[in-house]
Design a protein around this ligand. Sequence first.
Ligand SMILES: Nc1ncnc2c1ncn2[C@@H]1O[C@H](COP(=O)(O)OP(=O)(O)OP(=O)(O)O)[C@@H](O)[C@H]1O
Ligand SMILES: [Mg+2]
Length: 216
Amino acid sequence: MEKISQEEFKKLLGSGEVLERDRYGIKVVETDDSHIIKTFRLKRLLSSAFFYPYAQRFKNNSKKLLQKGFKTVSVERIGYCREEKRYLVIYPKLAGETLRAIFEAEPKNTQKRLTELARLIAQLHKEGVLFRSLHLGNILLLSDQTLGIIDLSDMKIFSSPLSLQQRIRNFNHLLRYPQDCKIIDQFGMTRFLTAYCEAAELGTDAQKRLFSEFKI
Ligand SMILES: Nc1ncnc2c1ncn2[C@@H]1O[C@H](COP(=O)(O)OP(=O)(O)OP(=O)(O)O)[C@@H](O)[C@H]1O
Ligand SMILES: [Mg+2]
């Protein structure tokens, strides 16, 4: 983890377009040389984020996902600025748009994209990845038309496939967002889970339990 001086911190965050901010300040910047800078605030001392900072988790998760063959960002730098009490993660921007933005702009390929998303989720689960920030704003449609994953700090990666309970929990993460629920409902939760099950290689019993969990 690099030490970032306050001067460098200000220079870095001032070097492009702000993509996200909250009441505490800038969260995500796209720099003029097509990098993304993400900042993480340390909310509490002696919390798990104090001992294992989100910036470090982001970097470790990125490395593991890339090793497993998923498309995601490759982290170039992580750092901490003591004066600002903020961690930074810097990575080259992936050329693409979030599924949420794509579905708003051009609904015509929604069915194809959601089938691909269901298959991607199945792949993540098979590889033991519990992506807690799973939602349509954290999946990019890349320029080669495949799907990529961003926002990697809140993720747990196990050495074996997820249990059925973990899989159900992860679908519930996705269904927390009304705008995403609406899109998946229009497509049909049955079709979505069917595409998932085809790729997930789940046993018949587990499939039945998954469907009944979502009242199908
Ligand atoms: N690698 C990338 N390539 C293209 N766009 C990106 C990339 N990373 C982030 N973005 C854009 O920046 C937005 C915000 O990034 P991100 O999802 O990482 O942060 P966030 O949602 O604000 O963070 P958090 O969920 O931690 O509050 C994304 O929705 C996307 O539009
Ligand atoms: Mg996000």
